[in-house]
Write a protein that binds this ligand. Sequence first.
Ligand code: PLP
Length: 356
Amino acid sequence: MEDVRLLMLPGPVPLPERVCQAMMRQAINHRGPEFGAAYTESVAVLKECFGTENEVFILSGSGTAGMDAAISNFGKGKKIASLVNGKFGDRLYQIAARNGDATEIASEWGTPVDLAALEEALENGAEMVTMVHNETSAGILNPAKEVGRLARKHDALFVMDGVTSVGGDEVLVDEWGVDVAIVGSQKCLAAPAGLAAVTVSDRAWDRIVEDRPFYLDLAACRKSAHKEPMQTPYTPAVPLFLGLHEALMMIKEEGMEARVARHRRMSASVRAAVAAWGLEMFPQLDEHSAYSNTVTAVRMPEGVADVGGRVKQMGIEIAGGQDHLKGKIFRIGSMGAVSAPEILATLAAVQHALRK
Ligand code: PLP
């Protein structure tokens, strides 16, 4: 068995002991008051993480289930403009293409999204825009506020993947005009993998269609959420819900402001080390984009092989590049309950692994 002691991936992240304990218990009825209270309390904290007054629903399914729900509830055949500058932007585009008349607005992975091309697509009648806020595959933070403004100006729905920003970095769904936003449980929330949460704006409710998916039907989620006690349409992954609930109680105790500040401190430390090592960050920024505050993507230096493998031998797991970036970059996750000693240990291991 591999002896990995510390996961420094951009998800999944290590689970606090309290979260593990919350899952280790006898089954409960998901139509009963205990589950209802956990769901209600969870939603209250998720609203803070998302920066929204909109309703939030928890889906049994990973982040991709949330992405699927966010697009497929709004009908077949819509004109959709998908901003793509990494793997997950591409995933949103692929989901959009299965549901509608999707246009990919492609940028090289890790380079800024093309706002001028988006405006053109909106002028040509795009009814929905999709974008990843924090593009995990490339370590770039995309301009949600600008995209929200453009979508509003042209009366299009804005679907935003916040899978690796919500709960770790600042996300302001209401202020930015995001109509449907998504988070995955195993990332900044520091909860077990397997759940997604989505927010739905009033504008989005007005445009939801009759011909919805069955399992990921957001209107069915709303109907069940309005019952007393609060519940889900079908049997949820109860142990994961209870784990997520505990993780969210920890977020409440820490406070979102402090949590965002901690994530920013941790990622700034990683970037400082990258600069000190004389390595190059992977993303190329413009005035609208920024380095991710939850995952740092670094160009692999010439002549150094398998940094990730060497780091793993020291008991720590970092991530490599995905798809065509395999072997070209490495990525250090700094999300969830991540602490300064964990960052220091990781940086020491990476520094050691970088020796030629
Ligand atoms: N979106 C982003 C930005 C991600 O980083 C990920 C996973 O890494 C996903 C979506 C997909 O989430 P999941 O693997 O939970 O389905």
